[in-house]
Design a protein around this ligand. Structure first.
Ligand code: HEC
Ligand code: HEC
Ligand code: HEC
Length: 270
């Protein structure tokens, strides 16, 4: 089986073999200089020619090298981006050469600018996500302060949006530097749950009825199938501050702030 795959791979690679140096590992830097630099700039920061391309300019590779997956790069390099200057037909790279060029792009680094991230966030995102990122604008936007997405997923969401929701793709509205800056800015807004504070809140508000977090039992049918570990923070919040629990624990429970609840959950999940 493996042999068959290898033979097929060689057959696919053959027609383009001529473009490759006699040394059998393709040189990504060279391929980049010969095929990509005219638009993307030798160092990945976009040439004058690349900036002037219509309808969309070439994009800065330095600012996306570490936050866009290899799979996505491979897809773009292989198929191009329809309706833009990014046309894969112009240069024909074989699969090994594409991997080499991605390896080369992956050597690029970028230093995020949080001040610009904040500025651009305010211009483009607050109408739905709110000034503080908590998304209390009534438009159903996710609370970004409590989000658990990592950098790459944030960038992916910004680049592609969430089909079927109000979260649209911002890829052509924002430069790659903006996207990178905003993503880092969002990480800086993250709420870091405070375990110690959670322990205090538990002792004060919960201990009288649930001696330890292990003693907490879910109400109703859920109790037969689920444990606390099966529920997301959001679902637990609903059960603690909003559901039938209020009748058992008393109205005081509704006064816990969302941040306190995050601390508390960090403790309960210990
Ligand atoms: C004729 C100009 C041109 C050449 C040559 C070119 N590109 Fe592009 N490239 C573009 C443009 C324009 C875009 C932006 C497409 C868009 O707006 O979605 C782009 C986008 C990309 C992207 C996606 C970047 C992003 O942030 O979405 C990658 C990856 C990429 N190019 C890689 C390459 C590689 C690798 C080569 C060389 C093998 C290359 N390009 C050659 C014009 C070019
Ligand atoms: C028109 C309203 C709107 C605007 C403007 C908007 N978003 Fe969103 N955003 C949403 C909605 C709605 C969701 C929830 C999508 C879903 O249900 O999956 C969302 C989800 C997200 C998520 C996913 C969070 C997670 O944990 O799943 C990120 C990240 C995000 N937005 C970032 C941004 C950034 C950055 C901007 C500005 C560049 C922006 N959004 C602009 C409406 C918006
Ligand atoms: C005055 C007593 C009381 C206090 C105080 C109290 N609870 Fe409860 N809680 C209950 C009772 C009773 C149940 C029902 C479970 C049972 O029947 O064993 C319950 C159930 C729950 C459930 C499951 C809810 C559901 O819908 O499945 C959670 C989670 C929970 N408590 C967490 C907490 C936390 C966290 C605190 C502190 C912030 C707290 N409770 C404070 C009495 C209390």
């Amino acid at each position: 089986m493996l042999k068959k795959i290898l033979v097929t791979a060689v057959l696919i690679a053959l027609p383009f073999g001529a473009a490759q140096a006699s040394d059998d590992t393709p040189n990504g830097k060279k391929i980049y200089a010969n095929n990509c630099a005219s638009c993307h700039g030798a160092d990945g920061t976009v040439s004058k020619f690349g900036k002037d391309l219509k309808p969309f300019p070439a994009r800065n590779h330095r600012a996306m090298a570490q936050v866009v997956s290899r799979d996505e790069m491979r897809r773009i390099i292989t198929y191009g981006v329809h309706g833009t200057g990014m046309r894969s037909k112009k240069y024909k790279l074989d699969p090994l050469q594409i991997e080499a060029v991605i390896d080369y792009i992956k050597t690029f680094h970028y230093k995020p600018n949080l001040a610009n991230g904040k500025k651009r966030y305010k211009q483009v995102c607050i109408s739905c996500h709110g000034v503080d990122g908590r998304g209390q604008t009534g438009l159903g936007a996710t609370n970004l302060v409590y989000s658990k997405q990592d950098l790459k997923s944030i960038v992916h969401t910004m680049r592609h949006g969430r089909p079927g929701t109000m979260m649209k793709s911002n890829q052509h509205q924002l430069s790659n530097a903006d996207i990178n800056d905003i993503a880092h800015y969002l990480l800086s807004l993250r709420y870091n749950a405070n375990f110690k504070n959670g322990a205090k809140i538990y002792a004060k508000n919960c201990k009288s009825c649930h001696a330890t977090p292990k003693d907490i039992k879910l109400i109703g049918n859920a109790a037969r199938k689920l444990t606390i570990a099966d529920l997301s923070d959001q679902l637990l919040d609903l059960r603690i501050r909003h559901g039938r629990h209020i009748e058992r624990a008393g109205k005081g429970i509704t006064k816990l702030s969302s941040d306190s609840l995050k601390d508390l959950l960090a403790y309960i999940r210990q």
